[in-house]
Design a protein around this ligand. Structure first.
Ligand code: GAP
Length: 517
């Protein structure tokens, strides 16, 4: 199946099974804003718990906070967001569509990269085991020419962005002969900068009201609380502060479902270290964060680091963890070495000293910061992209297909479905008795409508790792049939073993131990 179709199927499936709905759909929707449904919110909560526990529970020197979305407006001047949190945008005069100029160029580069990949694929199929990719890249004329094109465009692009030369960005779009995907024309406006922050008013009387912003990242809530947490928690460097919360960006191009939203959630951790030790910690956090991803058990080839060519002025190292979504390799998480930029700026703008006295070095300094920043919604999409599977199965001599969400059991929205075989003969009562005993420890669901086969399929579609069926024998032998989502194997087990088996497979501890290893 083409990856584009997979993406469409994931979107449709998310709606049909209560994971994600378009916001305000009743009123024809609000663009790039989404609501999480009954199973979506459970999955989201489980992802948050996995992240939070991996930071706050596993590390003695990381604590969590929950800062307000509204902050003093000067925070955003100090952080640089008022002056420079911009995207370069360009309009096509024929289609009247607006695009991010940098995205147009990146997509153009991806197309050239795809040409190279195709050549490599063809040659690899031709030469089999004898194929040497490095040698092929170094000698094939078409690959060399395309690689030179990429390097040249990248160089011009990075230099234009670094010098804020928007005319050069437009020139590059023209030189690359990039056309509007809607009108097909090259009739472009100039490139302009567009600030992504949402502004609103604080105060009830408009004359007295002052402008404030919806936070575009959660990180600043951590920076402005650095002193509070360090002092009240008697934290010693190195230490970290973690936070999960909403962020808002008025994205120009907000397509691709929950990949790029205007209201989204971030899970960020700022790790405060001694100046001079930041690159060592940067390398450690890169590795730790990749382990967190890999612990989920998805194909490790789908992850890669993308080191930034162009560093923000405050950073001395930055990388993205990219994942191969059905829409291609895209950023899911950023890891940034932000130097002492943010704390220094807040010291300057607030006029309050933000220093740490290091007893071992016997001196004061402004700590350096390593940031790990992952989008919760992107992580959600990553899981759905991996989990969605249409499987062909042979049953009773017939071929059938089932849609199964192979969500890691620890993150699955529902862990166990309790199903009475029939809606009579005391089976529902027995099933409810079992559920009432389990519900304190296991997120269960009760279903009695439809045939047992249909109920299994429904649970597969929401990713429930286990179902138990209560039948007439259960009333006498106190055993149930346990069905596994992935293998579809069924086994008869005593009721008092259910909790142990389900928790054994679905407990968050399983994932956390994998990171520690
Ligand atoms: N504090 C650093 C920061 O905010 P970022 O690279 O702008 O860095 C971090 O954002 C992460 O937040 C991204 O890797 C992505 O997962 C997520 N994110 C950013 N913009 C988003 C959007 N419009 N919709 C969904 N997720 C977004």
């Amino acid at each position: 199946m083409a990856q584009e179709d997979v993406f469409k199927k994931i979107i449709a499936h998310s709606k049909e099974y209560g994971f994600i709905f378009q916001s305000s759909e009743l009123y024809d929707g609000l663009s790039a804003v989404y609501d999480y449904g009954q199973y979506g919110s459970e999955l989201k909560n489980n992802i948050k718990k996995y992240w939070w526990d991996s930071m706050v529970k596993l590390n003695e020197n990381i604590v969590g906070i929950d800062a307000a979305i509204f902050m003093h407006p000067t925070v955003w001047k100090a952080s640089g967001h008022v002056g420079a949190f911009n995207d370069p945008l360009i309009d096509n005069k024929d289609s009247k569509k607006r695009y991010r100029a940098d995205v147009l160029i990146e997509e153009h580069l991806e197309k050239i990269e795809a040409k190279i990949s195709k050549e490599i694929e063809k040659a690899s199929a031709k030469f089999g085991d004898a194929f040497d990719e490095a040698q092929f890249r170094a000698t094939n004329q078409r690959v060399i020419a395309n690689q030179e094109k990429i390097d040249h465009i990248k160089k011009r692009f990075v230099s234009a962005l670094e010098t804020d030369n928007l005319a050069e960005v437009k020139q590059l779009i023209e030189d690359c002969e990039i056309v509007c995907p809607v009108s097909g024309s090259k009739n472009w406006t100039d490139v302009r900068q567009f600030n992504l922050m949402f502004e609103t008013k604080l105060g009830s009387v408009s004359e007295d009201a002052s402008s404030i912003y919806l936070r575009p990242e959660t990180a600043q809530g951590i920076f402005v609380n650095y002193l509070n947490v360090q002092k009240s928690g008697r934290m010693k460097i190195p230490f970290g502060i973690a936070q999960i919360g909403k962020a808002f960006r008025n994205e120009i191009v907000a397509r691709q479902f929950i990949f790029r939203m205007r209201e989204f959630e971030q899970m960020e951790m700022q790790f405060f270290v001694r100046p001079g030790e930041e690159l060592e910690w940067f390398a450690k956090w890169k590795e730790t964060r990749l382990r967190w991803h890999h612990a989920l058990g998805f194909d490790t080839k789908k992850y890669r680091f993308h080191d930034h060519d162009k560093l923000a002025h405050y950073a001395n190292a930055a990388t993205d963890i990219e994942f191969e979504f059905p829409i291609g390799f895209k950023e899911v998480e950023g890891i940034h070495s932000r130097t002492d930029f943010d704390l220094s700026q807040h010291q300057e703008y607030s006029g309050k000293k933000i220093q740490y006295f290091d007893p071992e070095l016997n001196k004061n300094y402004i700590p350096y910061v390593i940031e790990t920043s992952i989008g919760l919604d992107r992580m959600f999409l990553l899981i759905l992209s991996n989990a969605y599977d249409e499987e062909t199965i042979e049953q009773d001599g017939k071929t059938d297909t089932r849609v199964v969400l192979r969500i890691p059991p620890e993150l699955a929205p529902v862990k166990l479905a309790v199903l009475p075989l029939l809606r009579k003969d005391g089976l529902p009562e027995k099933a409810r008795e079992i559920l009432n005993d389990l519900k304190f420890d296991v997120n269960c669901i009760y279903e009695e409508k439809d045939s047992i086969g249909k109920r299994y399929r429904r649970q597969d579609a929401i990713g429930t790792p286990y179902c138990i069926t209560v039948d007439h024998d259960t009333l006498t032998d106190n055993k149930v049939t346990l069905r596994d989502r992935d293998t579809m194997q069924q086994e008869r087990i005593p009721v008092d073993k259910v909790k142990e088996i389900v928790l054994g497979k679905t407990s968050m501890t399983n994932l956390l131990k994998k990171i520690e290893r």
